[in-house]
Design a protein around this ligand. Structure first.
Ligand code: MN
Length: 317
């Protein structure tokens, strides 16, 4: 459902069960029927807090699967995940630490919750790579931002990508102008946050009674505003708030998203799928993953040609 008032577009998350043997259900706000991006952010999944070990065993286990044409950002509030990828990176994903994986032209990775993890809570985000950089090499960056004070004692921010003017910046590389931050806001505060007028922004509510630029945001909703604002007003009710703020300059390219791939047209996605099924070296091998299956096969292609997306959703045929 989309509800636009005072320039705030409110996208409500829809439940999506993720693939894999023991995966989790997420609340997905992007892509949405009416909006594909916040800047180059093209995928926003929010999950938990979810008990991933209800019987004292199991946990989340997502075997090796591919990506193309994107960066993934894993940001946890709770729990711990072990990441392995075909670039040779093995690393823990922990709360308050960003892990940015650049697929470039192709990567494979696995994600498994660590044995001591009972509850997972966080966001999984994708960034579309621009045409000029989408065939870049695989890469992985890790950064643990310190909490930075927000103005007027409103709370703290961990800026994991880009810049929150006057608050903090992240050294992690992006290919388009982009920002991402976790905000912890105190009850009863009104925050006027300085932002970049050439950016569009989206505010995701994990917890708290939030009014964003005059619009009430339900839990798990993403409130979106177009470029042109110099400040964003966030009003917090009687409980503390945990929020994710995403922003970037409008992404003007058309993309095709299907399964774990970002491409530019249907035929390219078909080719990516065939290369994954054939275990092509476009994606490489994930070292050391041990699970019940060695890799996740791609689903069948849908019967119709995939449609491209632009900023306003799917492009008419
Ligand atoms: Mn993945």
């Amino acid at each position: 459902m989309t509800n636009t008032s005072d320039g705030v577009e409110v996208l409500q998350g829809r439940d999506v069960p993720l693939g894999g043997l023991r995966a989790i259900t997420v609340r997905r706000t992007l892509p949405h029927r009416d909006r594909s991006f916040i800047g180059a952010w093209c995928f926003v999944d929010h999950y938990g807090p979810q008990d991933v070990a209800p019987n004292g065993e199991g946990g989340m286990d997502v075997p090796p699967h591919p990506h193309t044409g994107l960066q993934t950002v894993s940001w946890l509030f709770q729990g711990e995940i072990e990441h392995r990828d075909s670039g040779g990176v093995i690393g823990p994903v922990r709360p308050g630490e960003v892990n940015l994986m650049t697929s470039g032209k192709g990567i494979a990775h696995s994600e498994v919750s660590t044995p001591q993890t009972r509850v997972l809570h966080g966001v999984q985000l994708w960034v579309a790579l621009p045409e000029a950089d989408r065939d870049t090499a695989r890469a992985f960056e890790h950064f643990a931002p310190e909490p930075a004070d927000l103005p007027d004692g409103a709370g703290t921010a961990r800026v994991f990508l880009g810049t929150l003017p006057g608050v903090a910046s992240s050294p992690v590389q992006t290919y388009t102008p982009l920002m991402g931050a976790e905000l912890h806001l105190n009850p009863g505060t009104t925050l006027d946050l300085d932002v970049q007028p050439d950016f569009e922004y989206g505010l995701l509510v994990d917890s708290g009674d939030i009014t964003f630029e005059g619009e009430k945001l339900p839990l798990a909703a993403l409130g979106c505003v177009e470029p042109g604002r110099r400040t964003l007003r966030i009003e917090v009710g009687d409980e503390p708030a945990l929020l994710i703020l995403l922003g970037g300059t409008p992404f003007e390219e058309e993309i095709v998203m299907w399964w774990n791939f970002v491409g530019r047209d249907h035929d390219e996605i078909v080719a990516f799928r065939e290369e994954w099924q054939a275990r092509s070296d476009r994606f490489g091998e994930v070292p050391g993953y041990v699970g019940r299956v060695e890799w996740i096969p791609a689903p069948e292609m849908p019967p119709l040609r995939l449609r491209a997306r632009n900023r306003r959703g799917k492009v008419p045929r």
